[in-house]
Design a protein around this ligand. Structure first.
Ligand code: GLN
Length: 448
């Protein structure tokens, strides 16, 4: 574990090149001396409120906004002894896969500064990978914890929907958003998860289930499912080889590999890009130039103030989503798009229910390719495709863990994804731990 002082020194030395942070609180101290995370320096994605630090959501529209309270997850970290060192960069409101949609500029991948750390929680992944903190919080709507974890050789958990409270977390798509931890090792990731998970009266969507515990799942006889649709065309051969090698490892330890099928996979991306923008168009209606942050100067009248504040405050991807969502929800199109997408979502969930009867956990790639070069992926659609393997389980509300799975010949990290049944995070951590013990990829730190 690092001390906060060591982290601040590393931030001063390195963050000029990485741009992982949007705000650093050098005066931060642990609020309590003892606890499961005593003294641990933790960074928080800048979509999550920390009292005393600005929340920008990576957007110009929240410029100057100071949240009057901390998110439940932040209160829990502080009560466990963590030191909140600062707020990390992200794609605006979490919309993106590279941090290139941040109004404050992209973060860099510590393993290759010409490449993206992934997104949208890219600042969090880059900060942990570079040793600027020991753990970080991200949010995952369709892949935003798992993708950057994979691109930066980190462990990242998207918890079961409802497992971690969202009170104090800026909403993107409320039927999908989840907060989760990122860390260099499975153990640290699980420790942070255990601190932040659990019911919260202030979040009506938080699930009333018992607190998570560490479990040890034997690999002997464990059924590991490989979804047929997640392999083959479009998948980078080095990524595929790493996932197949991990499957062989589990088999050698006594697990049984089973092929499963998730036939709705091909529709999941399309329905995500109806449902998530629809919810976003509603959630983002509150940024009107009156209540929070930025107000366009030099305008005449109320209408122009609304129009100009939103026109100048939001970036192009956020505007695209608001327009898409508003269209999908409008009278005459609602049934054809939004309602239909909801019905397909039920089928996606059913696919997983079936697959997770035949298998105990699923093993897949996190992303079709390793970290790409900043500026290289230019069309929105090509970026949306980064999440083909993370979006379906998010639609189904299931937990997903991204674990370091090796490196390409060119030195880029590769992520493995483990998917499980609702509230089976402990099982995922256990299965990941067995792999990590035999493959300590986390020891390969970036050369900075
Ligand atoms: N990249 C996906 C999107 O742009 C997922 C983002 C996320 O999980 N926040 O919507």
């Amino acid at each position: 574990m690092s001390t906060a002082a060591e982290c601040f020194a590393r931030i001063d030395a390195l963050d000029g090149r990485l741009h992982a942070f949007l705000h650093v609180d050098r005066a931060a101290r642990a609020r309590v001396a003892q606890g499961p995370l005593a003294g641990m320096p933790v960074a928080v994605k800048d979509l999550i409120h920390v009292e005393g630090m600005p929340t920008t959501a990576g957007s110009k529209i929240l410029e100057g906004f100071m949240p009057p309270f901390s998110a439940t997850v932040v209160e829990r970290l502080q009560a466990a002894g963590a030191v909140i060192v600062g707020k990390t960069n992200l794609d605006e409101f979490g919309m993106g896969s590279s941090t290139e949609n941040s109004a404050y500029g992209a973060s860099k991948n510590p393993y290759d500064l010409t490449r993206t750390p992934g997104g949208s929680s890219g600042g969090s992944a880059a900060a942990v990978a570079a040793g600027l903190c020991d753990a970080a919080l991200g949010t995952d709507t369709g892949g935003s914890i798992r993708l950057p974890a994979a691109f930066c050789n980190q462990v990242g958990l998207r918890p079961t929907y409802g497992r971690v409270p969202r009170w104090g977390v800026t909403a993107f798509a409320s039927s999908l958003d989840q907060v989760g931890p990122m860390a260099r090792t499975v153990d640290v990731c699980e420790q942070v998860f255990q601190v932040i998970a659990g019911p919260d009266e202030r979040d009506a969507t938080s699930a009333r289930v018992p607190a998570p515990r560490r479990v040890d799942v034997g690999l002997q006889g464990l059924r590991i499912g490989l979804p047929r649709e997640y392999f083959g065309k479009g998948l980078d051969p080095e990524v595929e080889a790493a996932v197949r090698a991990a499957a062989k490892f589990y088999q050698a330890q006594g697990a049984k590999l089973v092929e499963v099928s998730l036939p709705t996979t091909q529709h999941a991306l399309a329905i995500y890009y109806l449902l998530a923008p629809s919810e976003a168009s509603s959630n983002l209606a509150r940024y009107d130039g009156v209540r929070f942050g930025y107000r366009a100067p030099g305008v005449k009248g109320l209408r122009e103030m609304y129009d100009q504040s939103r026109a100048r405050g939001f970036g192009p991807e956020v505007k695209r989503r608001i327009m898409l969502g508003t269209f999908a929800l409008s009278a005459g199109y609602y049934d054809a798009y939004y309602a239909k997408a909801q019905r397909v979502r039920t089928l996606v969930r059913r696919d997983f229910d079936e697959a997770l009867k035949a298998a105990d956990v699923l093993l897949t790639p996190v992303s079709p390719v390793p970290a790409f070069k900043l500026g290289e992926v230019t069309t929105p659609m090509a970026l949306y495709l980064m999440d083909v393997f993370t979006i379906p389980s998010a639609l189904a509300g299931l937990p997903g863990l991204s674990v370091p799975g090796g490196f390409t010949a060119g030195g880029l990290p590769i992520g493995l994804q483990l998917l499980g049944r609702p509230f089976a995070e402990g099982e995922l951590f256990s299965v990941a731990r067995a792999y990590e013990q035999a493959h300590p990829w986390h020891e390969r730190r970036p050369n900075l």
